[in-house]
Ligand binder design. Sequence first.
Ligand code: 3PG
Length: 218
Amino acid sequence: MWIDRQNAPFIDSFCKQSPIIPVVAMHCASDAIPLANALLAGGIKVIEITLRTSAALESIQLIASQVPQMKVAAGTVLNPDQYQQAINAGAELVISPGITTPLLEAGQDNQVPLLPGISSASELMQIMQLGYSRCKFFPAEAAGSIAMLKALQGPFGQIRFCPTGGITEDNARSFLRLKNVMCVGGSWLSPRELIKQQDWPAITRIAQHSLAKCQVPS
Ligand code: 3PG
């Protein structure tokens, strides 16, 4: 019998908060709170901060402790050490671009669930074997895009994806219309230049515009 070791209901409710998730590399932790507030003002209630910069953990910590309405995930988590650092900073969800056995094992029955990244049927079978049924599809555009997600629906009907990598305001809706897509993520929602210029109203506008464009019938 297959057992959920990931906490799929938690991930479903987490992702339900926002069909589109900004994937952000923070270069300056002091921008974290105004960025989170700008996204919230635009209707976005989930943010993924990638552990690609030295400001990432502090940014997660600031948002988790000071912007309670914003759900914060740690992205680009590559190993169990980073997983623990993300938890310590206050991340509610940990996201990886790919899989390793140590990372998948760290995520099993963890209070802070893991959304592992996959891009093939074989990787899907590996994660399913360890009790996972929700994953990131990365890099979405390069790894087969909508055709690939449709093809995976047949053999893997119970799996739900968050595609990221190449998602834009223009193609997000086509992904969200797929039955096996729970949400999408991307960097288009918080462009580096706008963060650098601290142009928070512009980020709010992108969020509003993108959400309006992504409305899918429920
Ligand atoms: C990710 O980590 O999910 C991606 O780097 C985001 O990809 P994008 O920049 O193409 O949106």
